[in-house]
Design a binder for this molecule. Structure first.
Ligand SMILES: NC(=O)c1ccc[n+]([C@@H]2O[C@H](COP(=O)([O-])OP(=O)(O)OC[C@H]3O[C@@H](n4cnc5c(N)ncnc54)[C@H](OP(=O)(O)O)[C@@H]3O)[C@@H](O)[C@H]2O)c1
Length: 301
């Protein structure tokens, strides 16, 4: 039997538990892995609460991004071999907070040499989101990007990827994140009542792209700095972005492979700030749900 962290009902954390199941076997187009690390995302507690629907079968295995070692390949899968280190997204809702799971081969790539399993596990969801947001629209080098929620798991990678594109970055976050935002070459603006005015002082012509990782009132307050239609993209709140002519994240082609190449070259660091053993998955989720982690939280089964 193999351990897996599930929720037995849609709702609060009281329904979560570590349980066991048979190690899942891969179907066509899938690869089975022994999980070595799993990234924890806000989407995990949002799924548990039913924010993405409540029709999925229960118990629901949690965890949306993983790295590990291939134990079996399904029919029709080419390019992956047993024993190889890989990273990707779990198939069929089988979850990443587990000792064993199954990944979609088409959404997995080989883990690069020299990159830890923990760093690799931060790439399939958080990393690809950061990449797609930064490449949301064509921008000239020197264009200004404002990042709301710049000090979190996605935000820190957004700052690095924007700098690689030659973009000028302004990161909005709480004061405690100042140093980690400035170290990425960004200008820091605290997320307080004066946020719009302070961004304007640094960018009088406005933002060519406002990347939102917070949504709601914080996005509303900052949206006037976005220059023209299509200058807002949100991973957190597409509906509010749309009120101001923006959109949600659009998935790019081959994003995961492009991002992994940058991580292998040492150009992007996922900034894993804390790891937890699988038996402490509930504590890891609390830290992510609290929303001030300052980087990626990763489970190590
Ligand atoms: N659509 C997708 O595919 C996708 C994928 C991944 C993530 N997401 C979403 O993207 C968002 C960010 O994810 P994440 O993993 O980076 O979460 P995270 O690590 O919790 O980071 C969120 C950041 O927002 C900051 N924040 C909270 N309220 C703020 C405010 N009013 N003003 C400025 N900053 C504020 C938080 O810290 P401080 O306030 O302490 O600075 C934190 O650093 C989440 O909503 C997540 O669900 C979407």
């Amino acid at each position: 039997m193999s351990a897996v962290f599930v929720t037995t009902a849609y709702g609060g954390p009281e329904h979560q538990q570590l349980t066991t199941r048979e190690a899942p076997t891969p179907q066509a187009g899938e690869i089975a892995i022994e999980v070595r690390a799993a990234g924890v995302n806000p989407a995990d507690w949002k799924r548990r609460e039913g924010a993405f629907g409540t029709r999925g079968a229960l118990p629901l295995a949690l965890g949306l991004e993983a790295s590990g070692v291939v134990t079996a390949v399904g029919e029709g899968v080419v390019g992956f071999t047993v024993g190889e280190a890989v990273l990707g997204a779990p198939a069929r809702g089988l979850g990443a907070f587990a000792e064993h799971t199954v990944l979609k081969a088409g959404e997995s790539v080989a883990a690069p040499d020299g990159v830890s399993f923990a760093d690799a596990a931060a790439l399939p969801i958080a990393g690809t989101t950061a990449y797609d947001l930064v490449h949301h629209r064509p921008l000239e080098a020197g264009a200004t990007v404002v990042v709301l929620g710049a000090g979190g798991g996605v935000g820190r990678m957004v700052l690095q990827l924007a700098r690689l594109r030659g973009l000028r970055t302004i990161g909005v976050a709480s004061e405690s994140k100042r140093a980690l935002i400035e170290v990425e070459g960004a200008r820091f603006v605290p997320s307080d009542a004066e946020v719009q005015q302070q961004v304007r002082e640094l960018a009088p012509d406005g933002a060519d792209l406002l990347i939102d990782l917070v949504g709601g009132p914080a996005l509303r307050a900052l949206s006037p700095v976005a220059e023209g239609p299509g200058a807002i993209v949100s991973a957190a709140d597409a509906d509010t972005a749309a009120e101001f002519g923006g959109t949600g994240r659009r998935r790019g082609e081959g994003t995961l492979a492009k991002l992994v190449a940058l991580v292998r070259e040492g150009q992007v660091d996922p900034h894993v700030v804390r790891t937890y053993p699988l038996v402490e998955a509930a504590q890891a989720l609390v830290e992510v749900e609290t929303g001030h982690a300052g980087g990626k939280i990763v489970l190590l089964p």
